[in-house]
Design a protein around this ligand. Sequence first.
Ligand code: RET
Length: 287
Amino acid sequence: MENMENLFSYTSVQFDIVRNVLTLGVGAQLAGLVYFLTTAKESSPRYRLSSTLSAVVMVSAALILTNQQFNWSEAFTWDGNRWNPSTATFSNGYRYVNWSIDVPMLLTQLLVVLGVAGKSFRRTFIGFVVGGLLMIYTGYVGQFYETTSISTMHIWGAISTVFMIYICYLVGNTIFRAARTMPGNTGHMARAIFWLLIISWTLYPIAYAMPWLSPTPNGMVARQVLYTLADITSKVIYGVMLSQLATKLSALEGYQPALDATTSAAYETIQPLRNGGTAQPTKQVGY
Ligand code: RET
């Protein structure tokens, strides 16, 4: 029982695309780490846990992707023409174990920024953690069958999908309910986060299904590209959108570092100074 990647030989281009895309993944998570650490203070303390959780996700994702990179390189040997399977095996299973940490964290961030508290926090949090772990572990079992029994893989994949739909329902419910009463355009930002989550999360089951959709070397390359796209969107871009939402909410609540960090606020502060401290600007200029 092993992942389908191990059944093929790869051209140097195919092998390199996987190796490079994994490097891109590590780079994106490290860039995200810098972003979350340096911008955390722009949000008021009540939202700041979101940046901390994003930073934790970045570290854990960068570690697993570095491991995947080593794993990929040791699993094949170059014969002067192609990369052939070596005595070591490549495994996607590490990813699933990593998701056990990252999925609950990513979903908790949402509750923190949307200000879900008390009983409702507890209920949704438990739904996220239990649903998330069941989604991941049923998928984990299923991926062991991808080279031996596609129908068994499908059954576990279908069970896992039920849990994913449940989580998406919970997320949608939480976001759309909160968005109705959120100030300014923050409701719009929250809804955009919902759609990003749905699209980025859907890439994971597509990657899972590659042994069925395209049981070829190119299919396996596509799978690693899909995983990387999913990793960058569901963790880094999602985290950036959430921290921008947190900063906007903090600014609307009058939190000074958030006001200082937003362009329009900086403009309002600096423009009267430029005009000798008296005249009001007539036209908004961007900078
Ligand atoms: C599996 C198995 C096949 C069916 C489904 C799956 C969904 C996986 C998802 C993973 C999300 C991971 C995230 C990780 C962040 O670090 C398990 C592939 C539906 C949605 C967001």
